[in-house]
Ligand binder design. Structure first.
Ligand code: FES
Ligand SMILES: [Fe+2]
Length: 387
């Protein structure tokens, strides 16, 4: 995040403290409650957003060396990502071209030279090429070159790995222009230099909530004072936050109580992460939360209209990690988990209550405008479809 943007955000939030105002949008916004449980809507979201949009499926630190691999099934597509001996990161459908068995069954690993299908032993090299057919003569003149693992478009940048979970046509370009997709957010992500960071922990959580309701919980600070009294609220000022839509994504910052110490310090010395957290909603299902020494990454995936799986990962700069005890990092990760637990206890009830007939729509206040933006972007994506 550019220093000028950091100062501007901090000034804006200090101004809110001084005048007891909030980052209000022009008016209320709404979204229909049906979009959180309607099966037809759910299917359209999965088949568009989780098939044709770049989705975060892993982290660079899991895939540094040739033969490292990660399997990812949460989009509903079986995905295998691996790094070749040429250093290139590739993604495939993890499906054997013989009779469709799952080729790699472990969630992740290292030192692979080939992926061997557990059903009849067909093998694929790290570039996805079919290199071995058990008792191959029985397959006569089967064209091996046409039986490589099906490729997926993939990008690795800023410590994150994105995949578009639909098989590419033969010969199509696999490199994904993620900066074009991230738009105005890309320079920010570059500025946090997360490429060399390590995965401290990753835990899956299975809320009984629509996958978008999970994302909703990250898009306003209004709820902190009530929902997070037992965890993170003591660190923050009440609802002092600033929100910005950046292309189809969202950036927001939330002020910690220490922000008031900045008033009499020179602006050149202001660093936003010393006194605020900065969050990014990367359309459609990922939230990054940067704090002074780590990044929480929340990825929400649809399981059914009323259920999702969210991975809560913590990425840490190894230099920062070494400065503090493991107990400190563990406590940090547990605090995030506690906050998410508080959100999801309320969210589970919201999901059930949607069908009660009490509300036909959710109401977003002026400082809940990021929720309005988020749902408008989802609606726009569904309306545009896929070309
Ligand atoms: S299904 Fe993979 S070798 Fe037969
Ligand atoms: Fe929350």
């Amino acid at each position: 995040m550019r220093q000028t943007d950091q100062v501007a955000y901090l000034e804006r939030m200090l101004g809110m403290v001084r005048t007891n105002t909030r980052d209000d949008g022009p008016g209320l916004s709404h979204t229909s409650v049906e979009e959180y449980y309607d099966p037809g809507r759910y299917q359209r979201e999965v088949s568009l957003l989780f098939r044709h949009y770049p989705i975060v499926v892993g982290y660079s630190c899991q895939l540094r060396k040739a033969g490292d691999f990660v399997v990812h099934n949460d989009t509903g597509q079986p995905i295998l990502v691996t790094r070749g001996t040429d250093g290139v990161l590739r993604a495939f459908l993890n499906v054997c071209r013989h009779r469709s068995a799952t080729v790699e069954t472990k969630p992740c690993g290292a030192n692979k030279r080939a992926f061997v299908c557990p059903y009849h032993g067909w093998s694929y090299d790290l570039t996805g090429r079919l290199v071995g057919i058990t008792d191959g003569t029985a397959f006569g003149d089967l064209d091996r070159s046409r039986h490589s693992l099906r490729r997926l478009a993939v990008a690795e940048k800023y410590g994150l790995v994105w995949v578009v979970p639909t098989a590419l046509e033969e010969g199509a370009e696999a490199a994904l222009d993620i900066d074009a997709y991230l738009g105005a957010i890309a320079p920010d992500l570059a500025s946090w230099s997360m490429q060399g960071w390590e995965l401290h922990s990753s835990v899956p959580i299975r809320p009984h909530m629509n996958w978008k309701l999970v994302v909703d919980t990250f898009l306003e600070l209004y709820h902190f004072r009530y929902a997070h009294t037992g965890s993170v609220y003591p660190l923050f000022l009440d609802n002092i936050a600033t929100y910005e839509q950046m292309d189809r994504h969202i950036r927001l910052a939330a002020a910690k109580r220490t922000i008031v110490e900045l008033e009499d310090r020179p602006r050149e010395a202001w660093r936003i992460l010393d006194h605020a957290i900065v969050l990014y909603e990367l359309f459609p299902n990922t939230v990054l939360a940067y704090t002074e020494d780590h990044c929480g990454i929340f990825t929400s995936f649809p399981v059914s209209p009323d259920e999702s799986v969210m991975h809560l990962a913590v990425l840490v700069d190894p230099v920062e990690r070494a400065k503090k005890t493991e107990g400190y990092w563990k406590a940090n990760a547990e605090l995030l988990q506690a906050a998410v637990g508080e959100d999801f206890a309320i969210g589970d009830a919201i999901q059930r209550n949607f069908r009660s007939g009490a509300n036909t729509q959710q109401t977003f206040g002026k400082f809940e405008k990021a929720l309005g933006w988020y749902h408008r972007e989802i609606d726009a994506a569904l309306a545009a479809g896929w070309r």
